[in-house]
Write a protein that binds this ligand. Structure first.
Ligand SMILES: O=P(O)(O)OC[C@H]1O[C@H](OP(=O)(O)OP(=O)(O)O)[C@H](O)[C@@H]1O
Length: 120
């Protein structure tokens, strides 16, 4: 669970759920998905459908990176949900900051670009 300060004095309690290895925050019936990267969009599309089926009145997404060049599935947010993205990522294989290649490089404290010869 995390505490989020809201306004000057009010504190809103948000619960952190882990559901099929995807993390999201919940407040009332609003859901906030927290992602490291949106790539093809299929993970997010499934998660949004799942949260909507569970009765979410809105689903917002916060992603550190967004790689629109690789999008295959166009996802639709629920209700008044919003899409917050940190940075648009070019079509490179990026690692670090929690993002991995075969479970490697996840712990890098920076975002690195993998040499194509490592995965091609
Ligand atoms: O838009 P998509 O093409 O669905 O890709 C995005 C997903 O891929 C990554 O997870 P991954 O499946 O690599 O697992 P991980 O969280 O264990 O790294 C990332 O964390 C997103 O959840």
């Amino acid at each position: 669970m995390i505490l989020l300060h809201h306004g000057k004095e009010n504190i809103v309690l948000l619960q952190v759920y882990t559901d099929t290895a995807v993390h999201y925050l919940s407040y009332d019936k609003r859901r906030y998905s927290v992602e490291d990267i949106v790539d093809t969009g299929s993970t997010l599309s499934c998660l949004i459908a799942h949260l909507e089926s569970k009765g979410a009145s809105s689903v917002s997404v916060c992603s550190f990176l967004d790689k629109p060049a690789r999008r295959k599935v166009q996802f639709e947010l629920v209700g008044k949900g919003k899409f917050y993205r940190g940075f648009e990522c070019p079509d490179y294989f990026v690692v670090g900051y929690g993002m991995d290649f075969a479970e490697l490089y996840r712990n890098l404290a920076y975002v690195g670009v993998l040499k194509p010869e490592l995965y091609k």
